[in-house]
Design a protein around this ligand. Structure first.
Ligand code: GLU
Length: 281
């Protein structure tokens, strides 16, 4: 099978060494397999994404020695693809509108006194899952702001047990319930990370999803969406995350390690590749 990998950053700031590690990881995996490495811009969040950051991503990665086919897919230009996928899920009866604000969700969790926790914090308590369909439809028709959530239990009942393969961790039993009824379309954006990434990886023919292990749990949801939408199933390779001197995961706060800063200091790309865990052979 022809290998296709991708690096899919969100243009919300400068790339740092952690991004370089992830991009090089995907690039090398494609090269070793004689395949193709894609770059994708995940810019569905209009409040956080900036065109100048997208330009910065192109510049930094090219400087680092990476190349990729153009045109680059930008999620903000493909919202109709995600809407079509959401429609299909709607037709299957596995999504529901959620009118809860963040504050209401917190209040509901506090009231219940207990909420199951997932890897990303307390799970959505399911408040809107039980709304009568007619009432929910009327509120949507009246223009009430809402997100769309996946009814994980219903969806799993439809697909039955699922598995997925990670090149580092081996076969996994899909456990999307650990993330609860995730959002598939946000109040402020017509899709969400989970839906857009799943649809795009299929449309772009990605056969090996390489990304940081911080997204390991998200893959349970993506595998479920693939089954519901009859999409091809890639392999995954979740890689470890680079840490700073204090042993914490690198983040945008480690501004000194922005690739741009290193470039401006005159650090050569080969040295930055080595700092990112990929010394030249
Ligand atoms: N856009 C995501 C991020 O910047 C990564 C998506 C993915 O690799 O699946 O964290």
């Amino acid at each position: 099978m022809h290998t296709v990998t991708r690096f899919a950053p969100s243009p919300t700031g400068l790339l740092h060494l952690g991004h370089a590690h992830s991009a090089l990881f995907g690039f090398q995996a494609a090269q070793q397999a004689g395949g193709v490495f894609l770059l994708r811009i995940e810019d569905i969040d209009p409040n956080r994404c900036r065109a100048e950051h997208m330009q910065g991503i192109f510049e930094d990665l090219a400087w680092l020695g990476l190349s990729w086919p153009v045109p680059v897919r930008r999620q903000s230009e493909h919202l109709a693809d995600y809407a079509a996928a959401l429609d299909r899920l709607h037709a299957l009866g596995v999504v529901y509108p959620c009118f809860c604000s963040r504050k209401e969700i917190q209040e509901e969790i506090a009231r219940a006194g207990y909420a199951p926790h997932g890897p990303e914090g307390p799970l959505y308590p399911g408040t809107c899952r039980h709304l009568p369909a007619a009432e929910a439809a009327a509120r949507v028709a009246a223009g009430a702001p809402h997100a769309m959530r996946l009814d994980v239990a219903k969806a799993m009942a439809r697909t039955g047990p699922l598995r997925w393969y990670d090149r580092a961790a081996g076969w996994q039993q899909a456990a999307p319930e650990t993330l609860g009824d995730v959002v598939l379309a946000r109040r402020d954006a017509p899709t969400s990370y989970h839906l857009a990434v799943t649809v795009d990886d299929a449309i772009q023919g990605v056969t090996l999803v390489t990304r940081g292990e911080d997204l390991f749990h998200a893959t349970h949801v993506h595998r479920l969406l693939q089954a519901l939408l009859s999409l091809p199933v890639p392999e995954w390779h979740h890689h470890g995350l680079l840490t700073n001197e204090a042993g914490q995961r690198l983040s945008k706060r480690d501004g000194a390690r922005a690739l741009r800063a290193l470039r401006e200091e005159g650090v050569p790309p080969a040295q930055v590749r080595a700092m990112a865990g990929f010394p030249d052979p």
